[in-house]
Design a protein around this ligand. Structure first.
Ligand code: R5P
Length: 298
């Protein structure tokens, strides 16, 4: 084991130098196989290199989350605005039309409900089913610093191995436990571990201080998780800051489907992510779309 006493503080992130990614538009993906790059291209729009991923997988541990009680009613109208959808295989088979042509990121870990220790997750799908469902990536929760840290890292590395066999990328999702600090040092640790151990994409939370060191220190694309519902302007500002500081888009759930105008919100998020529209302008866009939709009775 390495001696960790007196470790030097990190500082050389070369923030003004973009990471090299010769031959493909996504960081760290230029040496992957064709199938894996093709799947990544279904998630990340080639024109911008970023994604608006709509996360609706909350039911895998929360049950019928507010806004997701009837996915056929509330989420299907949003699919046209999502570059990718993150959901469980149960929702994919039961509710999402097979004609959906954009990326599908399948939740592939699970086990404990919100009533139990959440880090005690296992792999929850067989690679054969991921292939059968033609998914673009498999998502696995990694609980760095939690009770079952090693088990969840092992879940991820097993999925990475299986995914490499079939050209399916793995999205490592850094979980934040109740007792863990959501700062750049922690998020940098968790995201880097996911990438070092093979995840082709990493999802993590935004932090106000030093998020650019989190993205710079991670050799693969990072997508920003939305977290609990914020006022729309705040959520758009957070998305703008994350993308401006190196995130390759967002994987947002509650800040979209719990908005009082979800279709307007996901379109405004898209303007931020793909066009780098400033938060205030994106919020104006949200209000305009919201009013138009209200007039149209949608
Ligand atoms: C949670 O563990 C799931 O991965 C969610 O998909 C994730 O938290 C993103 O959803 P939200 O934006 O609502 O946080």
């Amino acid at each position: 084991m390495a001696d960790t006493e007196g470790t030097k503080d990190t500082k050389d992130y070369f923030l003004d130098v973009p990471a090299r990614h010769d031959g493909f538009y996504l960081k760290g993906a230029h040496q992957l196989d064709w199938g894996m790059r093709n799947r990544l291209a279904r998630i990340f729009r080639p024109a911008s290199g970023r994604t608006v991923m709509l996360a609706i997988d909350h039911g895998y541990f929360l049950g019928p989350t507010s806004g997701l009680e009837r996915i056929d009613q509330t989420i299907l109208p949003l699919l046209q605005y999502a570059d990718a959808l993150m959901c469980t295989r149960g929702i994919l088979r039961s509710t999402i039309p097979a004609s959906f042509g954009n990326g599908v990121v399948m939740r592939s870990s699970g086990g404990p409900s919100t009533l139990k220790e959440l880090s005690n997750e296992r792999i929850a799908v067989d690679i054969d089913d991921a292939v059968r469902m033609n998914v673009s990536a498999m998502a696995v929760q990694v609980f760095i610093g939690s009770e079952f840290e090693t088990q969840t890292v092992h879940n991820m590395t097993q999925l990475v191995d299986m995914g490499l066999r079939y050209g399916i990328p793995t999205l490592g999702v850094t979980a934040v436990g109740k007792n863990l600090t959501r700062d750049a040092r922690y998020l940098g640790l968790a995201t880097r571990i996911c990438a070092e151990l093979g995840a082709q994409v990493v999802k993590t939370y935004y932090c106000a201080e030093g998020f650019e060191t989190v993205t710079a220190g991670c050799p693969v694309p990072i997508v920003m998780a939305g977290g609990t519902k914020l006022p729309e302007l705040d959520a758009l500002t957070m998305a703008y800051n994350a993308v401006n500081q190196g995130a390759a888009g967002v994987d947002m759930g509650r800040n979209i489907f719990q908005s009082d105008a979800p279709a307007a919100m996901i379109q405004a998020v898209g303007k931020v992510v793909h066009e780098l529209l400033k938060p205030k302008q994106a919020y104006d866009c949200f209000l305009t779309l919201k009013n138009e939709q209200a007039k149209a009775g949608k």
